[in-house]
Design a protein. Structure first.
Length: 139
């Protein structure tokens, strides 16, 4: 498979993003997603790298960074048909290359922890993830 990887690519069909989210199990109903909100999330990310196969979106990575000290990998998502072919690693590497001068942080679920470790990320002793869900939609 020959993947085309594009940096700072926002020319994305966000309906395809929704389809891939559903294909990987992030939600059960299309109605929980909004293409307009996803576009805003991607646009407001510090860095977006997208992957295409024969012109079709098959994956992406997004990062938020202060550009000085810290970068957070928001997500790395790969369509199930294209997983285990090195694409996720290429997306992480693009983020790492862009922000090599900063510390890079990521949160992950236990089933994907091994992927992060293969990309050179590691759990930090004494650190935990704390969060809260969204309280209301922002305009």
């Amino acid at each position: 498979m020959e993947f085309e990887v594009r940096e700072n690519c926002l020319e994305i069909d966000f309906e395809e993003v929704i389809t891939i989210y559903l294909n990987i199990g992030w939600g059960k109903r299309r109605s929980i997603y909004s293409a307009a909100r996803l576009k805003k999330a991607f646009t407001q990310s510090s860095f977006v790298v997208a992957a295409f196969l024969a012109g079709r979106l098959v994956g992406w990575g997004r990062a938020l960074s202060d550009g000085v000290a810290n970068t957070w990998i928001v997500e790395v998502v790969v369509d199930p048909d294209c997983q285990r072919k090195g694409l996720g690693r290429r997306l992480v590497e693009a983020i790492e290359k862009r922000y090599s001068h900063t510390a890079i942080w990521a949160e992950t679920y236990l089933p994907t922890k091994t992927f992060g470790e293969k990309c050179g990320l590691k759990a930090r002793d004494g650190m935990v993830v704390i969060s809260r869900g969204p309280q209301a939609h922002s305009p």
